[in-house]
Design a protein around this ligand. Structure first.
Ligand code: JFZ
Length: 592
């Protein structure tokens, strides 16, 4: 009887536990640690670190891990790289320490990228780092062990649809005929079995980071999510599993939205212009840009997954290490403004920096320190008790909160003449209660008004699309228009500036092109100004140095105080403009 009981009871208990665990683990539960973490390390490492952007003596444009695709390298040639992969300087503990010193609270490494090569000892395919290389070690296993030793949550990137080594997967159209591909076969015979290996053999997994959900059905995305949560109920799934099936949303690469998002999201970002190591890519972002991006992302309710691309020797490039150390040093002093911080009470961006919050505290993450120390914020509704510098709490910050007639609530701070930090200085503002702010678009203290596409009113049924950064696309019909409502407090003459963006031309991987030649008309308070979109120069977006805007002055208008409605319409559209007009923002800049 006892044997019978244990024979029946034990599996029943296990199943019940599993069902309860799965049933009890909601997306919200899984996300708690991830929301607090705010900042993670992405690692792109594989065979592509050997060519490092060069193939047969030629530089291959674009991101390094795509070299097999960009150079159309046949599988038989590319897989020879495995015999050269011997990263003897790889030290997993060093990598974890680098992430910790940077203040990164989780790590995500490529377990299998689009090239199909597994960085773990897979029984599903011999095309892996343990079986196919002289290195003969399990990279994922060693990193998982090091992460366990140092208490670092570890996730795995897995390319679930693109696999250029397999005829039934997506992406390799130079060796295989896509018409004969059986994706479901690939999904069930390689992708899902390998995901199962990752979730079975390496202990607790924090996150499975799927990517490029091309040609994957909602049912297939759900199969992947169910597999993950059945094996490890607490494991997160990112947004690129496809079909909105993830625990959070993933933006495009290096794509920081232009407004606060009321959902969980993460931006994968590069330190230079590539994910996988490229020997000739030294376009490193500055520490100020990285810290500015971090606080900007948190101010909009996002996570920052910042990438390193180790070399074929197994080393994280020194310029990457140095920049990560600078971010980590900043976080040691100012981390309270980031970790477990919540987004800004304002839905829009500020030119001077970004706002993050925590309970009854507002953090002004100031990049552009005011010359005379005078800082003004419009629209904060919650009462202010005091303000101080996170880096120098002993410094005096005086506070004056006015309600000057005709303006929103005004917070005036008198800050020390010199910023405490060369990159981003944090002013902690203690409030009477949870931070609340005006939500409408308003003129800023410097007199400017920024009308980003994310805040535009689109007529119902318009074909125009707006990206996360506010960029219009599919604007090819002159009858279409965008409109904004905003508050003006200061009468006067204003320049009307159109900020349009270059876009990746069809086919050319990284050749972002700008054609112009269209004519835009802006109408506000009875004034119409119009001009042909002509390149008056690039305006670097400090939040996204990879994506400068192109400036065109449409004209000048006179505005009186009050609520305004501005309409933009294209009076002429250049047929050469691929995908229509790519407007990102309209800016009103005071002339005086
Ligand atoms: C993908 C990969 O192709 C790339 O190699 C890298 O791993 C990156 C993190 O992810 O690239 C993408 C995927 C999605 C978008 C852009 C680039 N997107 O949604 O715009």
């Amino acid at each position: 009887m006892r044997r019978f009981r244990s024979f029946v009871l034990v599996p029943l208990l296990a199943m019940t536990t599993l069902v309860l665990a799965t049933a009890g683990t909601s997306s919200q539960d899984r996300l708690t640690w991830w929301r607090d973490a705010r900042f993670g390390m992405f690692i792109h490492w594989g065979l592509y670190s050997i060519p490092a952007g060069e193939w047969k003596g030629q530089q291959v444009p674009g991101i390094g891990e795509w070299i097999m695709n960009r150079a159309k390298i046949p599988v038989k040639e590319y897989e020879q790289l495995a015999s050269q992969f011997n990263p003897v300087k790889f030290n997993a503990d060093e990598w974890v320490k680098t992430a910790q010193e940077a203040g990164q609270k989780y790590m995500v490494i490529t377990a299998k990228h689009h090239d199909g090569f597994a960085m773990f000892h897979s029984k599903v395919s011999k095309y892996n780092v343990y079986d196919a290389t002289p290195f003969h070690r399990d990279v994922i296993g060693e990193l998982a062990a090091a992460c366990k030793r140092h208490g670092m949550p570890l996730g795995f990137y897995y390319s679930q649809t693109q696999d250029w080594h397999e005829k039934d997967a997506v992406g390799n159209i130079w060796d295989f005929d896509p018409k004969h591909a059986n994706f479901d076969k690939y999904l069930h015979e390689k992708a899902m079995p390998q995901v199962r290996e990752l979730l079975t053999n390496y202990g607790p997994v924090a996150l499975i980071w799927f990517d490029t959900p091309r040609d994957i059905t909602a049912a297939q995305s759900k199969e992947l999510v169910d597999l993950v949560h059945k094996l490890q109920p607490n494991c997160l799934v990112d947004g690129r599993v496809g079909n909105d099936a993830g625990d959070y949303r993933s933006t495009g690469d290096n794509e920081i939205p232009s407004k606060r998002m009321n959902y969980d999201w993460e931006v994968p970002a590069t330190l230079n212009d590539t994910w996988g190591f490229k020997k000739n890519d030294s376009n490193w972002k500055s520490p100020q840009t990285l810290i500015r991006q971090l606080v900007d992302i948190v101010s909009k309710n996002g996570n920052y997954l910042l990438n390193v691309g180790p070399t074929s020797e197994g080393l994280i490039p020194q310029p990457s290490v140095e920049r990560l150390q600078a971010v980590g040093a900043w976080l040691k002093t100012n981390g309270d403004a980031v970790y477990a911080a919540k987004p800004s009470p304002f839905p829009y961006e500020f030119n001077w920096g970004s706002i993050t919050t925590k309970e009854n505290r507002l953090f002004l993450n100031v990049v552009e320190w005011p010359k005379d120390g005078r800082f003004t914020l419009y629209g904060l509704q919650t009462g202010v008790q005091r303000a101080s510098l996170l880096a120098r709490p002993e410094d005096v910050v005086t506070v004056a909160k006015d309600k000057t007639s005709g303006t929103p609530p005004v917070l005036n701070l008198k800050l020390p003449a010199h910023a405490p930090d060369p990159n981003v200085s944090v002013v902690a503002v203690d409030l009477d209660g949870p931070p609340k702010a005006n939500q409408e678009l308003i003129q800023q203290p410097d007199g400017s008004v920024t009308l980003n596409g994310q805040f535009a009113d689109l007529p119902s049924g318009t074909p125009i699309k707006i990206s996360n950064r506010g960029i219009t696309s599919n604007w090819t019909d002159p009858s279409q228009k965008l409109e904004w409502t905003f508050e003006v407090y200061r009468p006067g003459r204003y320049q009307v500036i159109a900020r349009t963006t270059p876009v990746k031309s069809a086919g050319g991987w990284d050749t972002a092109q700008w054609s112009g030649g269209d004519e835009l008309q802006a109408s506000v308070e009875g004034h119409n100004v119009s001009h042909t979109l002509s390149d008056e120069g690039k305006i670097p977006d400090p939040r996204n140095p990879l994506y400068p805007d192109v400036k065109t002055t449409l004209g000048e208008v006179t505005l009186s105080p009050g609520t305004k409605r501005l309409t933009v319409q294209a009076t002429k559209i250049n047929p050469e403009t691929k995908g229509g007009i790519h407007l990102r923002e309209i800016e009103l800049i005071p002339m005086s």
